[in-house]
Ligand binder design. Structure first.
Ligand code: AQP
Length: 333
């Protein structure tokens, strides 16, 4: 069955292994499945929910686009564009914010995590961004959304908004309630410094993540310094969840090698950590360095990247503006 796919990545710098293994790798697989229609968006409106340097934002948008292409997305097969160039996303978001309920947003755990203790100082945009995300998804009649596990709750909110709108305006088939596509294994890559925290662009420590544009030496150094514990390599997966850092490193290796974690455990059981870390570094370098080289090469040709985005925006605009016009008619404008 053909799927309509939509997903996005924020151009907030420091794209990392978590973004790649949790999302972008999956984007490429879905694009390569027969008959899927894929829309991949550089979600720049989401990025400004936290402070961005205006002088750097444009280059971050290009960098994320370059990372999409370098990872294997094909701009002819998939629609690749940046969100702010298609105004229907913001228009749809306003209408949907009148459908969503405060109580629903108050339950969003990502806002609580990102706003931290000083909730009062967080931007309103950070609070309501899941509604913009719902607009992004619903305007393309999306059936499936590949995301990391951290976005599952926002997807449920999108479904709630779609269903409430359809019911309230008596148009049962207008919005499609999309399904999340979350990988069954390795859906959440954790920080190299703390196995209980997810790998994240905004972590102040660069040693907590492998960035997609890290050089070979930097990758080797980061893996060397990654937190482990004083026990030996595990012999099986019993109690592995009590050793989150080890579980994470084994997971990264397995995900890059496209194999089950049990196989990786067998491969390294009885060996010492330094041996495992050497092999892990080699694996990360083998898979990530070609992407990093390609990102750097693509970024030298800004005009090429800008053209990909312009063409993608035209194609996205055609779909999204039609849907938003229908949406406006339904609410009575
Ligand atoms: N650690 C992760 N493991 C698996 N998947 C992840 N994703 C992000 N971090 C991990 C997935 O990557 C996609 C794009 O994410 P995003 O950049 O739009 O926003 P995010 O989830 O907020 O990513 P970060 O790195 O945590 O950014 P900051 O630090 O700015 O908040 C999503 O599908 C996400 O699930």
């Amino acid at each position: 069955m053909s799927k309509k796919i939509f997903s996005g990545v924020q151009p907030s710098g420091n794209l990392h292994l978590g973004n790649y293994l949790g999302a972008i790798k999956n984007f490429v697989n879905l694009q390569n499945e027969k008959n899927n229609q894929c829309v991949y968006c550089v979600v720049d409106l989401h990025a400004i929910t936290v402070k961005q340097n205006p002088k750097e934002l444009k280059d971050s948008i290009r960098e994320t686009t370059a990372a999409f292409i370098a990872s294997g997305l094909d701009y002819k097969r998939s629609i690749i564009f940046n969100q702010s160039s298609v105004p229907s996303h913001s228009e749809g978001s306003w209408i949907l914010s009148c459908v969503a309920r405060m109580g629903w947003l108050n339950r969003m755990t990502q806002f609580k995590e990102k706003a931290g203790k000083d909730k009062e100082k967080a931007s309103v945009g950070l609070y309501i961004y899941p509604i913009l995300m719902a607009s992004d998804i619903l305007l393309y009649d999306t059936t499936h959304v590949p995301v990391g596990e951290d976005q599952k709750q926002h997807l449920e909110l999108t479904r709630d908004i779609a269903q409430k709108f359809n019911l309230e305006f008596n148009c049962p088939d207008f919005f499609t309630a999309p399904e999340p596509l979350i990988q069954k294994t390795f859906a959440r890559i954790m920080s190299l410094k703390d196995g209980k925290k997810k790998m994240s662009k905004s972590d102040p420590s660069d040693l907590s993540r492998v960035n997609l544009n890290d050089s070979k030496d930097v990758i080797i150094n980061k893996i060397k310094k990654a937190k482990t514990d004083d026990k030996s390599m595990p012999e099986d997966n019993k109690n592995l969840n009590k050793r989150p850092e080890i579980e994470n490193l084994l997971g990264i290796y397995s995900s890059l090698a496209d194999q089950k974690i049990e196989k990786t455990i067998n491969e390294f059981s009885g060996k010492n950590f330094s041996e495992f870390k050497t092999k892990l570094s080699e694996m990360v370098v083998e898979k990530i360095s070609p992407i990093s080289t390609e990102i750097n090469k693509l970024q030298e040709d800004k005009e090429f990247i800008d053209k990909i985005l312009r063409d993608g925006s035209e194609r996205a605009n055609e779909i999204a503006s039609k849907k938003v016009n229908e949406l406006k008619k339904i609410v009575g404008f």
